[in-house]
Design a binder for this molecule. Structure first.
Ligand SMILES: Cc1ncc(COP(=O)(O)O)c(C=O)c1O
Length: 343
């Protein structure tokens, strides 16, 4: 049984009540399908409030779909995408980016899930050689799969590097809200203002039921997106229900409140675990994830009561995720239980 005392992932959480209410409020009458409705118009206006008017926004069903369609808009099949070895597009999308874009992923090992220009440079060989795939996109995750974040200047450096080398910068922002809150900045300060071309904007992990957005700051790339989205089976006919959720998420700072709560819970969890002998926190806690080495023999007992994933079995490294509905009591109870089991 999975309950609130679960650190498996932020998508194990339910729907934030304001978002559920927004879905119920949108459940009236007939409205035009496929996004030609006022809910969609209003939700897109919310994106404009956050990112400015000079963007294009499209709603899709899920994060994999956002990434695949975003990358499809940037790449041809002989292009390659440079990403971290731990990137969701590489590890957890069952090869969907390769299948749908035809593009090869060129991976880079990292310590903390973050790319930098030195790590990327190794892949910039044989550019212009007809026998070799041509790197065309750098894809970064913000926050990363390790719960670390890129600072605005780190993103700007990657964007500059990408653009100097005739490439684009894609951001997998499944958890961009957690990253922005962790850095104490607005959403556009880590995306549009620092050279990101296309952003996969996350909703599901921050309190929505279903839905992500693809946001184009480089609007030339949005040219064929309507067709790419449809062909990729990511066009919702009852679009209003995704739109209404985004409208609620981006109103009254709900995106910020949810992410801030999740991040605070991760800080508390890391504080409590790091005080226990035998536990080692392995990554900086900058968003809503805690990575910790926990003695192998106690993990199954902990998982029975508080489910979480083991990220690296060899190291006995666990990944503990918090969400908008994690409570302080959950954290205290878990830490207490870890302490008891370690005795
Ligand atoms: C970094 C990242 N990107 C994208 C996704 C989107 O996944 P999904 O297709 O399950 O919505 C996830 C979900 O775990 C993720 O962690």
């Amino acid at each position: 049984v999975i309950n609130n005392k679960c650190f498996a992932s932020d998508n194990y959480a339910g729907i934030h009540p304001d978002i559920l209410q927004a879905i119920a409020d949108a459940n009236r009458q007939h409205v035009a399908a496929y996004g030609n409705d006022d809910y969609t118009k209003k939700a897109i206006e919310k994106f404009h409030d956050h990112f400015g008017d000079d963007i294009d926004v499209f709603f899709v069903f899920n994060g994999t779909g956002a990434n695949v369609t975003a990358l499809s808009s940037m790449n041809r099949s002989y292009h390659a995408v440079i990403c971290a070895e731990t990137a969701h597009i590489q590890m957890d999308e069952c090869g969907a980016p390769e299948k749908f874009t035809g593009s090869k992923l060129l991976t880079v090992p990292t310590q903390d899930g973050k790319l930098d220009t030195k790590l990327i440079a190794r892949h910039l060989q044989r550019v212009g050689d007809q026998h070799h795939v041509q790197p065309h996109v750098i894809s970064i995750s913000q926050s990363t799969e390790y719960g670390t974040v890129y600072s605005p200047s780190e993103i700007q450096a990657l964007a500059d590097f990408a653009h100097q080398h005739n490439m684009y910068l894609h951001m997998d922002g499944a958890r961009i809200s957690n990253a922005a809150v962790g850095l104490g900045c607005e959403l556009k300060a880590i995306s549009k203002e620092v050279g990101v071309d296309v952003l996969s904007f996350g909703g599901t992990k921050n309190g929505m039921m279903i839905g992500e957005a693809v946001v184009f700051f480089n609007r030339h790339l949005a040219h064929d997106f309507l067709y790419i989205r449809k062909q990729s089976m990511q066009l919702a006919s009852k679009m209003r229900f995704i739109a209404a959720q985004f409208h609620a998420l981006l109103s009254n700072d709900l995106w910020k409140r949810n992410a801030m709560h999740a991040n605070n819970m991760a800080s508390l969890l890391s504080q409590q675990l790091s005080s226990l002998p035998g536990i080692k926190i392995t990554q900086a806690v900058q968003a809503n994830a805690v990575f910790a080495i926990i003695p192998k023999q106690v993990i199954p007992y902990l998982q029975e009561k508080f489910y979480f994933y083991v990220w690296n079995e060899t190291l006995s490294e666990a990944r503990l995720m918090t969400s908008f509905d994690t409570t302080e009591a959950d954290i205290h109870e878990f830490s207490q239980y870890v302490k008891t089991m370690m005795k």
